[in-house]
Design a protein around this ligand. Structure first.
Ligand code: NAD
Length: 348
């Protein structure tokens, strides 16, 4: 079952049309930015809601990076629950605490105090390590949503291990990239008990625009890996295409205009255009993480006997990029593999 909901206002009172823009009170957003909890406008329903703001539940959030950071900040601003945060990077923590989240201080403290816990961590190994720390401290009844892109086998293993302690685990990867994490329109896909998905949908909708229940634990990770296989193959072929244009000597700006408005367009192509072709390689989605996702997708194809024709080629390109030391750069740095071989740059 899937749902599109007004993600920005989940878990708060419906604002009046006069006091709001769209579905959310802009004064409350400004107040929150200023470190207050509520809008001060006397007739605003958000103000009333804020004044009797309930601390109904404690939600934990671990991993506040490129994706977890904006998702957590939207959660903090979109629900009437207390949010405890934890990350190894103090700056990432501060970006959330200035909006009203509370620093947990440790994973132990977060696990002990929270009924719902979100993780958004780089790799399955990171998720396993964090869950191993959380599990002994979390109370039975705790619900854990893993927003990371994870292996279907690993999430099933985690779910089974946690079930013995009375802790529910759901895989809940997201797609749409940083821009859509920032504006809370990201798509979230969930694998696990459907009743738990429904029960927590308002919370999920506070930082996402579309929520899809896929099936049992692991099914959402399968969907996410297929999705990422598509975008990464599209980006790889876009990089190759741009290099053909460059070497053939045509105007790259015109090529981009044609593809952007034509049938060759894709999310992967647009990512390449927005970053690598502009010479921007700061990671929005790190190449190392893309490599992890595509390796998991190729592994999944092999497990199910699906011939690997396309994805292994793109995976080899990412391996070459990592070999060149580009793993910490943006995924679109895969273009540099072609550039280095050919001794020419493709830039707009
Ligand atoms: P990131 O590297 O920017 O953020 C990861 C965060 O986890 C960092 O802030 C890091 O300090 C923190 N962290 C690592 N180990 C920790 C630990 N033990 N305890 C606490 N914090 C810890 O990565 P990201 O781009 O935000 O990606 C997070 C997940 O989301 C990955 O699984 C990725 O594949 C997936 N994803 C990323 C994108 C994207 O566009 N960046 C899109 C969809 C899904």
């Amino acid at each position: 079952m899937s749902a599109r909901r007004g993600g920005r206002n989940a878990g708060v009172a419906s604002p009046s049309p006069t006091a709001t823009t769209g579905t959310r009170c802009w004064r409350r957003r400004e107040a929150t930015r200023a470190g207050r909890l509520a809008c001060a406008a006397p007739r605003c329903p958000d103000a009333r809601q804020g004044n009797r703001r309930k601390r109904a539940m404690r939600i934990g959030f671990v991993g506040l990076g490129n994706m977890g950071g904006p998702m957590c900040r939207n959660l903090v601003q979109g629900v009437n629950h207390e949010v405890l945060v934890h990350d190894l990077n103090p700056e990432a923590v501060r970006a959330c605490t200035t909006l009203g989240a509370r620093e947990a201080g440790s994973l132990d403290a977060l696990a002990e105090g929270c009924e719902v816990i979100f993780t958004s961590l780089p790799t399955p190994r990171h998720v396993e390590a964090v869950v191993a720390e959380i599990a002994p401290r979390a109370r039975p009844g705790t619900v854990l949503f893993d927003l990371s892109t994870n292996s279907p086998a690993v999430v099933k293993r985690l779910q089974e291990a946690l079930a013995g302690r009375g802790i529910a685990f759901l895989d809940a990867p997201v797609t749409g990239g940083v821009a859509r994490a920032l504006d809370a329109s990201i798509v979230i896909m969930v694998g696990g008990e459907e009743a738990l998905f429904e029960q927590h949908r308002a919370i999920l909708a506070s930082f996402s625009g579309t929520q899809v229940h896929v099936g049992p634990v692991g099914s959402a990770s399968v969907a996410k890996l297929v999705n990422n296989m598509l975008v990464l193959c599209n980006m790889a072929v876009a990089a190759e295409g741009m290099m053909i244009g460059r070497m053939a000597g045509i105007d790259l700006g015109k090529l981009v205009e044609i593809i952007g408005n034509g049938s060759g367009d894709s999310f992967g192509f647009r990512g390449l255009q927005a970053r690598a072709l502009q010479g921007q390689f700061a990671p929005s989605f790190a190449l190392d993480l893309a490599h992890k996702d595509l390796a998991l997708a190729v592994e999944l194809a092999a497990e199910h006997g699906v011939p690997g024709l396309m994805a292994p080629q793109a995976l080899a390109l990412l391996r070459m990029a990592r070999g060149l030391g580009l793993g910490a750069e943006d995924t679109s740095a895969m273009l540099k593999v072609y550039e280095r071989i050919l001794g020419q740059e493709a830039r707009l």
